[in-house]
Ligand binder design. Structure first.
Ligand SMILES: Nc1ncnc2c1ncn2[C@@H]1O[C@H](COP(=O)(O)OP(=O)(O)OP(=O)(O)O)[C@@H](O)[C@H]1O
Length: 214
């Protein structure tokens, strides 16, 4: 493992990034980078700002200061849409559509990794047989697995994973680690928030520790 200082070739590079709410600093200024083939583990206690950081990187919140670069260029909505797949606490699924319909809908919106099908992705995440189940009938862990299937189908190289292990059983935790490993092996990168209680994926990993409120 190494620290999260800025490197020269980076899929994602962040300089002086800071965010506050009502003039209360939440994080920053932060400097870090993530190269292809590596993961950045963003650690910190409850309220440290991990989710907020990922939402800023995904372009869902605006930073107070700093620069986010994707593939060496300042991040714009189009480059974020092309490069980033975000798996947040809320999986962003339509409750009344079936699991498969949700995946097809999201692939229509965000594109699809070459040579992958929604059916195959459901098998990979252990949801074979649930294709026609309405999402509202799935358990929290099954919804998380469906979110992982969506991630697997995404063509985006940079994964932003907010507590990806939450709600998953041991098999699900291993699934996340295998997915991250395969994604990095194929040239991708991942930012993963964690409280530090779970095993990190066995990949080249940098660490970023956020301080802040407990
Ligand atoms: N929508 C919001 N409005 C106001 N304050 C918020 C909002 N979302 C988060 N915060 C505050 O911002 C701070 C950082 O929250 P954030 O969710 O980023 O932390 P976290 O590190 O992801 O925490 P956890 O590990 O508990 O998920 C917290 O103090 C939280 O209370």
């Amino acid at each position: 493992m190494s620290d999260a200082s800025v490197s020269s070739i980076a899929l994602l590079a962040v300089r002086g990034l800071a965010f506050s709410r009502d003039e209360t600093p939440i994080f920053g200024p932060l400097d870090f980078s993530v190269d292809a083939n590596e993961a950045l583990l963003v650690q910190g206690g409850n309220g440290a700002g991990k989710t907020t950081l990922l939402r800023v990187l995904a372009g869902l919140l605006r930073a107070d200061a700093g620069l986010v670069e994707i593939d060496g260029r300042p991040a714009r909505p189009e480059s974020r849409a092309r490069h980033i797949a975000y798996l947040g606490h809320l999986p962003g699924l339509k409750a009344d559509l079936s699991a498969l319909q949700n995946l097809e809908f999201l692939c229509g919106l965000h594109g699809r990794r070459k040579a992958q099908t929604a059916e195959a992705a459901m098998g990979i995440v252990g949801l074979g047989g649930y294709e026609d189940a309405a999402v509202r009938t799935l358990s929290a862990g099954q919804k998380k697995r469906l979110g992982l299937a969506r991630l697997w189908l995404s063509p985006a190289p940079l994964w932003l994973l907010d507590e990806p292990y939450a709600n998953l059983d041991l098999d699900g935790i291993n699934l996340v680690n295998r997915m991250v490993q395969a994604h990095l092996r194929s040239g991708g990168a991942a930012l993963i928030t964690t409280h530090g209680a779970y095993a990190a994926p066995p990949v080249r990993t940098r660490m970023l520790e956020l301080g802040g409120a407990a």
